[in-house]
Design a protein around this ligand. Structure first.
Ligand code: MOS
Length: 763
């Protein structure tokens, strides 16, 4: 299965062209399933672990610069309002206040394509009204209270189902549906397909708005040096923020350096440039001092993104033997006050084999904070509606729900017609079912006895895997034998630092301790994409391997010249080059670098193109066991088995962390997390972690992770598909199906809180 990989030379950022001459046209054989690896794939502690547990790791929040001051944002208290007047004179007079930005004194900077950085029309509670810079946090907070704003309150709508009605208040004059009409997809003839079916089921499901709530809040520190700006930002994409800030300020991207070292999560909420970042830069430029502007937990829950809610109607048709003949999905979701995507139908279009499919979806404006990508945008919603309806279809057909899914397995991408590079979903079904004890589920559903009823359910996931170019890595090899790997990627807390070191250690056969990793700095590192879509490891790991393989080639050719023997006569092992014919003739890395008369050897590795003619996806299934107290309505998740095909595992330790985190996030989504807006006032009532319920250690089940895949040599030289999103996609849907199996009644809206359980049982 080995294949030679042709390098891409596209996409390279103009200010990072140096080093390209060193990228050769051909690279390494891919690490397939048979690759003999000794560091990659071994459980490996995080190389940044000590920094984190000892408190020496500096997060954006911790950043301190000489003469630094504090920025704070005044936010609109109403869901829809216009500023009639704003008076900052009292605030300006306060001792220690350095600058105040409002729409009246700030250049119009376009935002979201529909408004401005500071806009006198405020379209949601939490929309930005003013930004203050002051000597201390307390003075900044006092200054915000002294700003006098007179608002004209406007009619508002905070619910998508209300917003699509013709008499609803309009968030924009053009109407509340983005683009004025739904987006549609179809293949085959869906009406004909339903006519061919022996059984048809149709049902409607809805989901709540979920807030990312990463541990570390959003924020930036901005510092100008002449006309050059440095920003420390808690971001999933340092190059994205560099370009976003440069565009907003209308300065060259090469004048902006963005740095992100340690980070406490993002889940998609930190993929774009924040208003707070641009405001910090503007304040810092005006006053000539560094400004730290960090949002608080309340602002995070109002204004830094969310998983849009969804209302989804799914219809499925199948013949007696369970073969799907037609599928449709119609739905809508709330974007918030600014445009974003809310689509949830991709699972239905791609998960199962089906020739006749129709989907129709609308993105709806409401007066609330804007949605953002959230760990598998649209997918937990989509699989909740799809996998719930699949279970209903199985029941109608008198079929085992797992058998129904196996029956409709496909190894061809249903949208493009291309084969997958690999698809081990059937193994995931089999091993996951064995691990949960699938035969123990209630048959029929709800037939268990007693006050506490148990149930088992499962659900599926498909996610676009494999990453891709452009992604680059430098390697520097010092005379003392130590190495540095440098890439413009990010470690959100997921383990990027560690896998980069593992790959370098694997290829050069030197200890992990000799390798230092630098990332998250546009000023020193070559381009990598944002860390989103589960693409970091599949995009960056091949570039790191390429840089290390080129370094090994450099050492071998250097040694051949020094030893005056042909390269083919040399053996590379554990950082030493040996003459095959004279084992006493050997050179270590320090010997070679010194005798090449070099101080540092440098290479640049690149992520190769993905193969043509294939679809690359990850696949998986999760199985949940629950206990439902029929007197209190409380659902307790007892066990989740996650069985996935995610290509190669680089580090089982951080892989398990990712999988556990995904399952825990899925439990929160299934059972407790929900942004609640009061309909009378249009205000969010869940703006802190007391009222926005996240799972705690007390809510956690036994979790079992089964990875059924190896390196996929068709994808890249490391064969990684990616795991961030797959980990959480099926969890809520599996729990919902388990609750049905326990009770014999279905709950159609997440989260499955006790009131809904009691309503379903006795309502
Ligand atoms: Mo994500 S939603 O790819 O951080």
């Amino acid at each position: 299965m080995a294949r030679k990989i042709v390098k891409s030379r596209f996409f390279f950022e103009e200010d990072y062209v140096e080093g390209m001459a060193e990228v050769p046209q051909e690279a390494q054989e891919a690490w397939g399933p048979d690759a003999k690896l000794s560091v990659v794939g071994q459980p490996t502690p995080r190389i940044d672990g000590y920094d984190k547990v000892s408190g020496t790791a500096v997060y954006t929040y911790d950043k301190l610069l000489p003469r630094m001051v504090i920025g704070k944002i005044l936010r609109c208290p109403y869901p829809n309002a216009r500023i009639k007047s704003i008076d900052v004179s009292a605030a300006r007079k306060l001792d220690g206040v350095l600058d105040i930005l409002t729409y009246e004194n700030t250049p119009k900077i376009e935002w979201h394509g529909t408004s401005y950085l500071f806009d006198p029309h405020l379209r949601f509670e939490g929309d930005e009204v003013a930004a203050v810079a002051a000597e201390t946090e307390q003075i900044a907070a006092d200054a915000l209270r002294l700003i006098k704003v007179e608002y004209e309150e406007l009619p508002f709508v905070v619910d998508a189902t209300e917003a699509i009605k013709s008499d609803a208040p309009k968030v924009y004059e053009s109407g509340n549906i983005r683009g004025g009409k739904p987006s549609t997809y179809s293949r085959g003839d869906v009406e004909k397909g339903f006519a061919q079916a022996d059984a048809v089921v149709e049902d409607t499901f809805s989901t709540q708005v979920e807030i990312h709530n990463p541990t570390e809040v959003h924020g930036s520190v901005a510092n100008w040096d002449g006309n050059k700006l440095t920003v420390w930002d808690s971001t999933q994409g340092v190059f994205t923020v560099r370009n976003g800030v440069a565009n907003a300020l209308n300065i060259p991207a090469s004048h902006v350096r963005v740095i992100k070292e340690y980070m406490g999560g993002g889940f998609g909420s930190k993929l774009t440039t924040g208003k707070y970042t641009v405001m910090a830069a503007l304040l810092a430029r005006n006053i000539g001092r560094p400004v730290k502007l960090v949002v608080d937990r309340r602002a995070m829950n109002l204004a830094t993104g969310n998983r849009p809610d969804a209302v989804m109607t799914v219809k499925l048709g199948a013949t007696k033997d369970g073969t799907l003949t037609a599928m449709s999905h119609t739905g809508y979701g709330a974007m918030g006050a600014f445009p974003t995507g809310t689509g949830t139908s991709t699972p239905l279009r791609t998960m199962f084999k089906c020739p006749n499919v129709y989907t129709e979806e609308s993105d709806v404006y409401i007066n609330a904070g804007q949605g953002r990508p959230f760990r598998a945008p649209g997918r937990p919603q989509g699989h909740f509606s799809l996998d719930s309806t699949m279970d209903e279809l199985a029941e109608k057909l008198g079929m085992d729900p797992l058998q129904l899914r196996i029956k409709n397995f496909t190894d061809i991408d249903q949208m493009s017609g291309e084969p997958y590079t690999s698809n081990r979903l059937l193994d995931a079904y089999k091993q996951g079912a064995a691990a949960i004890g699938w035969d123990r589920r209630q048959q029929p559903a709800g037939s268990g006895q007693g006050t506490v009823k148990r149930g088992i359910g499962m659900a599926t996931q498909i996610w676009g895997g494999g990453g891709g170019p452009p992604a680059y890595a430098y390697m520097k090899l010092n005379r003392d034998g130590s190495a540095r790997v440098i890439a413009g990627t990010q470690d959100l807390g997921t383990g990027t630092y560690t896998f980069m070191a593992q790959i370098a250690a694997e290829v050069l056969e030197i200890p992990m301790e000799n390798i230092e990793v630098i990332l998250g700095d546009t000023g020193v590192a070559p381009y990598c994409g944002s860390s989103g879509g589960s693409t970091t490891a599949p995009s960056v790991s091949p570039a790191v391997r390429d840089a290390a393989e080129q370094m090994k080639a450099k050492l071998l050719s250097g040694a051949a010249a020094i030893m005056e023997v042909p390269e083919s006569q040399l053996i590379y092992s554990k950082g030493t080059v040996t003459d095959r014919n004279d084992k006493s003739n050997a050179l270590s890395i320090p010997d070679i670098v010194r005798r090449m008369r070099e101080q540092v050897l440098v290479t640049t590795g690149a992520r190769e193109q993905n193969p043509r003619g294939y679809a690359i996806n990850s696949f998986g299934a999760q199985f949940a066991e629950v206990a439902v107290n029929t007197l209190t309505g409380q659902v307790t998740v007892q066990k989740i088995v996650a069985a996935h095909d995610i290509g190669r595992v680089l580090n089982p330790t951080t892989l398990n962390n990712q999988m556990h985190g995904g399952m825990i996030q899925g439990i929160g989504y299934a059972l407790m997390e929900e942004r609640v807006i009061d309909r009378n006032t249009g205000k969010v009532v869940t703006t802190d972690l007391e009222n926005y319920k996240l799972p705690t250690i007390m809510d956690l089940p036994e979790m079992e992770v089964i990875i059924v895949s190896d390196g996929d040599p068709l994808i890249s030289n490391t064969g990684v598909k990616g795991v961030g999103e797959p980990a959480t996609i099926p969890t809520a849907a599996a729990i919902a199906n388990a609750v049905y199996n326990a009770l014999g009644v279905r709950i159609h809206r997440l989260p499955i809180t006790p009131d809904k359980v009691l309503q379903a049982l006795y309502g």
